[in-house]
Design a protein around this ligand. Structure first.
Ligand code: GLN
Length: 301
């Protein structure tokens, strides 16, 4: 991990996301890596304990909560589980499938996923979602109010996607409420260490490695990891699987979590992104670690 950190800390390609104004303030030099095992151990280098908003890395964990609530078959039927091959915020992706299904790891499917979190009111759904993600992290997660306000003031595209979904009967609550809960979920503050431990929960059949809590079932873990493998890095998911050979999930604040089933997870945080919205150092460091640690799922030796 120290070699990965030293090798990529001076990498200067990529740009910090600025379509959410508050994210434009991120430090392009920030870089942290953490690996966590299913036995509860974790190893970190760099800025692994600096908080940042989780953004799209929240998506697989919210999908996991919805699979638990509805059952994996029903969740797949309602949301779809096929890669779109399109950017994360694509509106066209919604028109690809005759049923207008996408998958839980792009914005359209993620907003639909959030609309399926059980609860009679927005606050009930939000409490349940935040409590669920906090169980994965093993600590109470809080929102970054600045990031939330900044995104809520500018997320007309997500509002548009939610209304379109509702028009196709692919959204399961009020559209504006669904986007609000989704925007709150994206603004939850985590560290690379949190993400590694959350990922290690998915690696270990749903058992949180530090608290020992069974957060979700082993069946839900398998389903979530399958969607991460096919769609976790948006339109770069194929190249990611080709190079890294592991399920992963990225977000526009620069986090990427990568899961090695049965072993643990690696999380990297570094804000500069490539054109698809995936952390540049995050991809480089994860690919390096997957190779060095022999984690590629497709390797037979
Ligand atoms: N909150 C962001 C959005 O909806 C999340 C996108 C991402 O991390 N790729 O645009």
């Amino acid at each position: 991990m120290e070699t990965a950190y030293a090798r990529f800390r001076d990498e200067r390609t990529g740009h910090v996301a600025d379509y959410i104004p508050a994210l434009a303030k991120a430090d392009p030099d920030a870089f942290g890596i953490c690996a966590a095992g299913t036995g509860g151990e974790s190893f970190a280098v760099g800025d692994a304990d600096v908080p940042f908003s989780i953004q799209s890395v929240s998506k697989p964990f919210v999908f996991a909560l919805v699979c638990e609530a509805l059952g994996a078959a029903e969740a797949a039927e309602r949301l779809g589980v096929d890669a779109t091959g399109m950017p994360f915020n694509s509106v066209m992706a919604l028109e690809l499938d005759a049923d207008r299904a996408t998958n839980p790891l792009v914005n359209s499917g993620a907003i639909a996923t959030t609309s399926l979190v059980p609860g009679a009111t927005v606050e009930e759904r939000w409490d349940r979602l935040r409590a669920g993600l906090s169980r994965f992290a093993g600590r109470a997660l809080a929102m970054d109010d600045d990031v939330y306000a900044s995104e809520a003031a500018t997320n007309l595209r997500n509002v548009g996607i939610a209304h379109l979904l509702r028009g196709y009967s692919r959204l399961f609550s009020d559209p504006d409420e669904a986007v609000d809960v989704y925007t709150r979920q994206c603004s939850l503050l985590v560290t690379a260490r949190d993400l590694a431990i959350m990922g290690a929960t998915l690696a270990g059949g749903g058992v949180q490695p530090v608290t020992g809590e069974q957060v979700i079932s082993p069946d839900t873990c398998r389903r979530v990891l399958a969607v991460m493998a096919t769609a976790g890095l948006y339109e770069r998911s194929g190249s990611w699987l080709y190079d890294v050979g592991l399920p992963g999930k990225s977000g526009v604040s620069g986090g990427i979590v990568t899961v090695s089933p049965g072993k643990g997870a690696v999380a990297v945080w570094s804000p500069p992104l490539d054109a698809a919205g995936n952390s540049v150092r995050g991809q480089l460091a994860t690919r390096f670690l997957s190779e060095r640690l022999g984690l590629n799922l497709f390797a037979s030796a």
